[in-house]
Ligand binder design. Sequence first.
Ligand code: GLC
Length: 631
Amino acid sequence: MPRHRGTRDMIRERTVTKTGDQKDTVQSSRRIMDEKKTPFCATKKCLLIVFVGLLIAMGIVTAITLLAPAVRGRFPPDLPWWKTSVIYQVYPRSFKASNGGKVGDIKGITSKLDHFVYLNVGVVWLSPVYESPMKDFGYDISNHTDVDPLFGTVQDLEDFIRQAHAKDIKVILDFVPNHTSDRHRWFQRSIDMDPKYKDYYVWRNGSNDPPNNWVSVFGDSAWNYSKTRDQYYYHNYLSAQPDLNYRNPDVVEDMKGVLRFWLERGVDGFRMDAVSFLFETKNVSHNEQPNPNFKCPLNTSTECKKLFHYWRHNYTMNLPDNKILIDGWRAVLDEFERKDGKTRFLLAEARVTSQAVRDWWFKTGSDMTFNFELARAVYKNKHCGGTCIRDAVEKEYKDLPEGAWPNFVLNNHDIRRVTSVRDRNFVNAFNMLLLTLWGTPTTYYGEEIGMVDIAPTFAQSVDPKGLYYGEDLYLNFTRDKSRSPMQWDDSSMAGFTTGPATWLPVSDTYTDINVQKQKNSTDMTPIKVYRTLAKLRQQESFLYGKFSYAVVNNNIFSYIRKAKGFSSYLVAINFGDVSSVDDYSGEPVSSEVGTVVVNTANFKDDTYAVKKVISLKHISLKPGEGLVIKL
Ligand code: GLC
């Protein structure tokens, strides 16, 4: 049989096995084809019909164009996946060990893919899994294109990506461009003055002292002396994390190569680490000035001056050159988008210190810059009530540039869990807020079950940031608190590992707070509230609908979400310390009743049971309680 056959040939061939009726059909289609040989529409009458037909068609096209705004209102207005999904941060060391080890690994994460499906989250972000001496637990990379044996292999990661995609889950990796490990071969060669690598890092001369007074994030001078080179190198973090020199075009190219390496392996995007610090002022004779707002926790001024926050960082943070780099990385993602038409996502972790800096970040090639205002608000004021939460939300929405997309974060691996700062009973209130605001939410592992901080002893503590402060103060600063193993069930080690030990202690809350218990319970547990809200969030009104404040006072934060052509919802949450009875029926709700869709399940009776129609004139919410009501 010839490889390329025309349709006509195929129609003819099929008649061979057709029944009588089918043969007639085929023969009539042959007749139609024969008729096509005569000129189309030769008479005046026919021309008139064609003309009228054309007029009607033009009318239809015009009507569709005029109605387009309404049509657009009905469908997600061209929303890419990172706007419609929840981002779930996995801290790989702490998620799931597949091999009985102390530390989690990639196969462990793969074994838990159904957890993300259950939660209705669509994007998983993995903190670094690359080869690393683990001085900063993976944020000190010694080989960008290999996976650390502790976590598995590149093949394991590829398998994870493939299996995640099969379940419609996107995968984004951490990209750590500011620095490498001092064990990275680039740095080793740089120390040895290898001609290609000698300028891969920021080297400066210094006599007996460092070139200037710059201080690193983890404390002490940001300059470290290398005897071999008789020079200082700059490190914004640990001395084991030398900063790359992006004034060298080879470094720029090599880091683009890293992005391509992982894009070729199927990742959907990157969370870019510490991008405020990519460039520092060339002329290092500039010293930083003290930050007048800093309240030092240490005893002497000499000790205080060694702290990062003691200083302003005008010469090392958010320099305009950073934009060029990030735009270049975006261009690499675009190369891949052009090839297969699939959206790739770039997310920045930057220090946003002012409105001007925030505006500036919106102009870079980054799709989104993490917004930590909510977490910051709770940190600053653990009793952050309705008005306080509103102010934090407002900071993100206010002056949002045209086309920009907001986002909210409550927890991550660098900060305390808000359920510990505030109160564990607020878990559902926080999740209700995060999942119903306008903008992409990021959830840190364990947030869905209301995990709380651990308090490791000094001997158990491992985070260099905390250890810097010594035994008396480490607990105020250590990031270990929010990095404890995920609590899967009430077996020993919370189901995190089958082995006898874990790298950080398992929280002693695990028999009470764990995934299995909350899933099996007949109550509306935090994990169930979470997945219900994550599902609800897929509705148009929550995805892109208008956001307007309703009742806001010291206790209550409430708002309406409404997309044109879809139901509107009232979300009301009590973030205060006392119960509050409020009337929501006035502007902008303008309704006396509504139907409960989700409640935080703190309610002891069925006053606000799901599906119940309730009066909006007197809603009584206790601290930590919240409702989503369909209007
Ligand atoms: C980012 C990471 C943090 C890490 C630092 C240095 O801030 O979130 O965990 O220590 O960068 O890479």
